[in-house]
Design a protein around this ligand. Structure first.
Ligand SMILES: C[S@@+](CC[C@H](N)C(=O)[O-])C[C@H]1O[C@@H](n2cnc3c(N)ncnc32)[C@H](O)[C@@H]1O
Length: 279
C-alpha cells in the first residue's frame, strides 16, 4: 500500500509551528523559478542560500523521492527551521548543511541542478560562488537563479534621492547610486555566468508591484525592516538619521497621497546556464 495513504495531520504545537508562511517576497521569485526550471526524476539537486527552506523543500516535494535534495546556508537558525519543516513535511530526501556557498561541501561533478532564489545579492563574493557551482555541477548540469534587478523599487529610490536633495545632502547621492547599482542587470549577471564557465545562458524577465497605503506602512513593514532598513541607515550619517527618515516618511506619504498609494515596481529575472563540458 502506498505510504501516503497512512498520512494523518497531527495538530500539535510543533507541527503547526512550521505549517506556515513564506514571505510573499520570496514566493514571488520562487514562482518564477518554479515556472521555468526543468524538473527531471533521479537527480542530485542543490539550493544555495536555502534560508528557512525555500525553495528547497517545495522542490524536494515536487521532484519526489527519486531525487536527493541538498540545501546550504550560513544562517544556522534558518537551517534548523528548514530541517524541522522537512521532518514535518515527511521529506526524507533532504539534507541541509551549515556552510557558505563560497566553499561547497560537495565533490566535483556531483550535482545535476543548482538553484538559488534571491541568493546572489547576498553573497559577498558571487563570482566565487559561481565557480564553486561550476565545480560541483556535473558536465551539462544547470545553474538557475532568480533575483531582483537594478531598477528595484525605483519609485521609492526617487523619493529617497529627492529627500537627500531637499536636505542639501547631494554629497550622499553617490552612496545611493552605489546602493542601487549593487543589484545587477540581466547583462551583468549573464556575464557572471559566462566568465565562470557556463554556456547556453538564457533568461526570463518578469515584474510585480508591491503596494502599500503610505510611507509609514512601508517603513514599518516587518520584511522591509528585516531586509533593507540597515542598508538604508548605512547611507546616512548617524546624526542625520532621525531627521532624514522623518522627512523620507513624510515625502513618501505625500507621494502616496498624490498617487493613490505607494506602488513599488520589482523587476525580476530567472537566469539559467549550463556547465560547459570540459574535455
Ligand atoms: C534573501 S535570502 C533568500 C532565502 C531563500 N532562498 C528564500 O527564497 O526565501 C538570502 C539567503 O542567502 C543566505 N546567504 C547569504 N550569504 C551566504 C553565503 N555566503 N553562503 C550561503 N548562504 C548565504 C542568507 O543567510 C539568506 O538565507
Amino acid at each position: 500500500m502506498p505510504e501516503y495513504l497512512n498520512y494523518k495531520f497531527t495538530d500539535t504545537p510543533s507541527s503547526v509551528s512550521t505549517f506556515d508562511e513564506l514571505p510573499l517576497w520570496s514566493a514571488s521569485f520562487g514562482l518564477l523559478l518554479l515556472k521555468h526550471l526543468e524538473l527531471k526524476p533521479c537527480i542530485a539537486f542543490l539550493d544555495i542560500g536555502s534560508g528557512a527552506g525555500f525553495p528547497l523543500l517545495e522542490l524536494a516535494g515536487r521532484l519526489g523521492p527519486s531525487s536527493k535534495c541538498y540545501g546550504i546556508d550560513t544562517w544556522i537558525n534558518a537551517n534548523d527551521r528548514a530541517r524541522q519543516k522537512a521532518i514535518n513535511y515527511g521529506l526524507s530526501n533532504v539534507e541541509i548543511s551549515d556552510c557558505t556557498a563560497e566553499e561547497l561541501p560537495f565533490e566535483p561533478d556531483s550535482m545535476d541542478v543548482i538553484v538559488s532564489n534571491l541568493g546572489i545579492n547576498n553573497f559577498n563574493n558571487p563570482d566565487k560562488v559561481f565557480r564553486e557551482c561550476h565545480r560541483v555541477l556535473k558536465p551539462g548540469g544547470k545553474l538557475a537563479i532568480t533575483t531582483n534587478l537594478n531598477g528595484h523599487w525605483r519609485e521609492f529610490y526617487c523619493v529617497f534621492e529627492a529627500t537627500l536633495v531637499q536636505m542639501n545632502r547631494q554629497d550622499l547621492l553617490q552612496h545611493l547610486k552605489e546602493h542601487e547599482e549593487h543589484r545587477g542587470s540581466v547583462d551583468s549577471i549573464a556575464d557572471m555566468f559566462t566568465r565562470n564557465g557556463f554556456t547556453d545562458v538564457r533568461h526570463f524577465l518578469d515584474s510585480f508591484i508591491m503596494r502599500f497605503v503610505d510611507g509609514r506602512a512601508f517603513l514599518n513593514h516587518y520584511f522591509v525592516k528585516l531586509g533593507w532598513l540597515e542598508s538604508w541607515k548605512g547611507m546616512i550619517p548617524d546624526e542625520l538619521q532621525a531627521t532624514f527618515f522623518d522627512s523620507l516618511e513624510h515625502n513618501l506619504n505625500e507621494y502616496a497621497r498624490d498617487n493613490n498609494g505607494l506602488y513599488l515596481t520589482v523587476p525580476m529575472a530567472y537566469i539559467e546556464g549550463e556547465k560547459v563540458i570540459t574535455l
